[in-house]
Write a protein that binds this ligand. Structure first.
Ligand code: UDX
Length: 444
C-alpha cells in the first residue's frame, strides 16, 4: 500500500481516532485543531479523551514519524492531498445540525488551496444529507473570490461517514463492518477507498447524498431497535415475560440479529439522539412527517426516567431519602456525558427532594461540569463520591444507570436491605431478591 498525505481537521473522538489509525496504517498524517493546549498534549503522545487503545496507537504513530499535530491551516492544507473534516455538528435548539464548525473548516481550507492544487476534501463529520453538494458550491465560490483559476478543478468533495463506537473506536476503525465512500466522481471515491486498502473492508462506493444518508439511516435504525426493545420490555413487565429472553429469541432470527436489543434506561451519547433529531428535521424540511423516528425519541425520553417510576413504587416519598447512583457516563468504557440518561434522572431525583450520592469509574470530572448548576443549587444534596460502596453508605436505594464491569462484580453483602433498581439488567433477579428489593427492566 502506498502511503498517502492526509490532514485531519478536528482532533475530537472521530478525528483523533481516524488520524492515529491512518498513521498506524502507514499514511503520513497531520492532525489539526484550533485548540493549542490540546495540540501540545497530542505532540507529547498524551490522549485528552478516554478511549481504550488509542494512546498506544498514537504513540506508535508518533515514534514512526507518521503523525504530527498543528494549529496551522496553511501547513496542513499545503502538505496534504486528502483533507478529512472531523469537527463537531452539535444539535441546534430546533434539532437541526449546527454546521458552523464545518463551514468554518471549509473556509479555512479554501484560503490555502492554490492554482496548481487538487485537494480531496472528505467529510467524516455527520452532516445533513445535501451538505456535500452544497459544500462544492460554497468552496468553489470562495476560490472564485480569491481569483483561483478553474476553481471546480482544484478540489472534490467526498463523504466518508464514520461508524465508530466510543470505547471501541480503535477496534471499529481497524475492523470495520464496512467503509462507505460517496462522491460525484467515482474515481476520486476510489482513491479515498484505497486509504483503507490494508484493512480489506467491505466497501460501498456511491454518490454523495446516498453516503450521507447511510450514516443517518444506520444510526436511526440502531436507535429504533433500542426504543423498540425498551417498549417491548415495558409490556413484558406487565405480562410476566422476560425481555432478555425475548430479545435472545428474536436475535436468533438472522433477519433481526441479536445486537442492540438490550433493554435499559435509554440511549444517549454524541450520535444517536443528535442524528435522529437531525434526520427528523431534514425530513420535515422536505415535507415528510417521520412518525416512527419521532416516536423513537419520545420512547427514549420516557425510558430514561423509568427507574424513578420503579423506585416510587417502593419509596413513594423521596424527600430526604438518599439515593445512590452507579454510573453516569452514557455507556461503559467512556467518560462521555453527552445526552447521558443519568442527566435527566439525577435532575428528577433532586427535584423530588432526594439526596443523591453519585459514582462513576471515569466520568466524574465531566459529570461535575454537567451538574455545575445543580451542585450550586443543591449543595450537600448532590454528592459525587470516589467509590461505589461509599455511594451506598446511608443510602435507601441504589439506581444503576451504566453497566460498568466493576458493578457486575459487586459484594452483594453491601446491597443488603436496600431497594435496588437495575437500569441495565446486569444482575440476576432470583439472586438479588434473596437479600434486597430488586427491580430491573422488562423482567419480573
Ligand atoms: C454510536 C454508533 O454505534 C456508531 O456507529 C456511531 O457512529 C456513533 O454512535 P456510540 O454513541 O459510541 O456509537 O455508542 P453505542 O455503543 O452505539 O451506544 C449508544 C447508546 O445506546 C448508549 O447509551 C447505550 O447504552 C445504548 N444502547 C446500546 C442500549 O440502550 N441498548 C443496546 O442494546 C445498545
Amino acid at each position: 500500500m502506498s502511503s498517502k498525505r492526509i490532514a485531519v481537521i478536528g482532533t475530537g473522538y472521530v478525528g483523533l481516532v481516524s488520524g492515529a489509525c491512518f498513521a498506524y496504517l502507514g499514511h503520513k498524517v497531520i492532525g489539526l485543531d484550533i485548540d493549542e493546549k490540546k495540540i501540545e498534549l497530542l505532540r507529547k503522545g498524551e490522549v485528552p479523551i478516554y478511549e481504550p487503545g488509542l494512546d498506544r496507537i498514537l504513540r506508535r504513530a508518533l515514534e514512526r514519524g507518521n503523525i504530527e499535530f498543528t494549529t496551522d491551516y496553511e501547513y496542513a492544507v499545503k502538505n496534504s492531498d486528502f483533507i478529512f473534516i472531523a469537527v463537531g455538528t452539535p444539535s441546534k435548539e430546533d434539532g437541526s445540525a449546527d454546521l458552523s464548525y464545518v463551514e468554518s473548516a471549509y473556509k479555512s481550507i479554501a484560503e490555502y488551496i492554490g492554482n496548481e492544487d487538487f485537494k480531496i476534501i472528505v467529510n467524516k463529520s455527520t452532516v445533513p444529507v445535501g451538505t456535500g453538494r452544497w459544500a462544492k458550491e460554497f468552496i468553489k465560490s470562495l476560490l472564485e473570490k480569491r481569483g483561483i483559476k478553474n476553481p471546480e478543478e482544484r478540489f472534490e468533495i467526498v463523504s466518508n461517514p464514520e461508524f465508530l463506537r466510543e470505547g471501541k473506536a480503535v477496534e471499529d476503525f481497524m475492523k470495520p463492518d464496512r467503509v462507505v465512500v460517496g462522491a460525484d466522481n467515482r474515481d476520486i471515491a476510489g482513491m479515498v477507498a484505497s486509504l483503507y486498502e490494508k484493512l480489506q473492508p467491505a466497501m460501498l462506493i456511491t454518490d454523495l447524498p446516498t453516503a450521507e444518508m447511510i450514516k443517518y439511516a444506520s444510526n436511526s435504525f440502531l436507535a429504533t431497535k433500542i426504543s423498540f426493545i425498551n417498549e417491548i420490555a415495558n409490556i413484558c413487565e406487565k405480562l410476566g415475560a422476560d425481555v432478555t429472553v425475548v430479545a435472545r429469541g428474536m436475535g436468533l432470527d438472522h433477519r433481526i440479529s441479536p445486537y442492540f436489543l438490550n433493554a435499559g434506561c435509554g440511549f444517549g451519547g454524541s450520535c444517536f439522539p443528535k442524528d435522529v433529531k437531525a434526520l427528523i428535521h431534514t425530513a420535515k424540511s422536505v415535507g415528510e412527517e417521520p412518525k416512527l423516528l419521532s416516536s423513537v425519541m419520545k420512547v427514549n425520553e420516557k425510558q430514561k426516567l423509568r427507574p424513578i417510576e420503579k423506585l416510587l413504587k417502593h419509596i413513594p416519598e423521596l424527600k430526604d431519602k438518599t439515593i445512590a447512583v452507579w454510573g453516569l457516563a452514557f455507556k461503559p468504557e467512556t467518560d462521555d456525558m453527552r445526552e447521558a440518561p443519568s442527566i435527566p434522572l439525577v435532575r428528577k431525583l433532586l427535584s423530588l427532594g432526594a439526596k443523591v450520592k453519585a459514582y462513576d469509574p471515569v466520568a466524574m470530572e465531566n459529570a461535575k461540569k454537567v451538574f455545575k448548576e445543580e451542585i450550586k443549587t443543591f449543595g450537600e444534596k448532590l454528592l459525587f463520591v470516589d467509590d461505589k460502596y461509599e455511594a451506598l453508605e446511608g443510602a435507601d436505594a441504589l439506581i444503576l444507570i451504566t453497566e460498568w464491569n466493576e458493578f457486575k462484580e459487586v459484594e452483594f453483602d453491601k446491597l443488603k436491605g436496600k431497594v435496588i433498581i437495575d437500569g441495565r439488567n446486569i444482575w440476576e433477579p432470583s439472586v438479588m431478591r434473596q437479600f434486597c428489593v430488586y427491580e430491573s427492566i422488562g423482567r419480573v
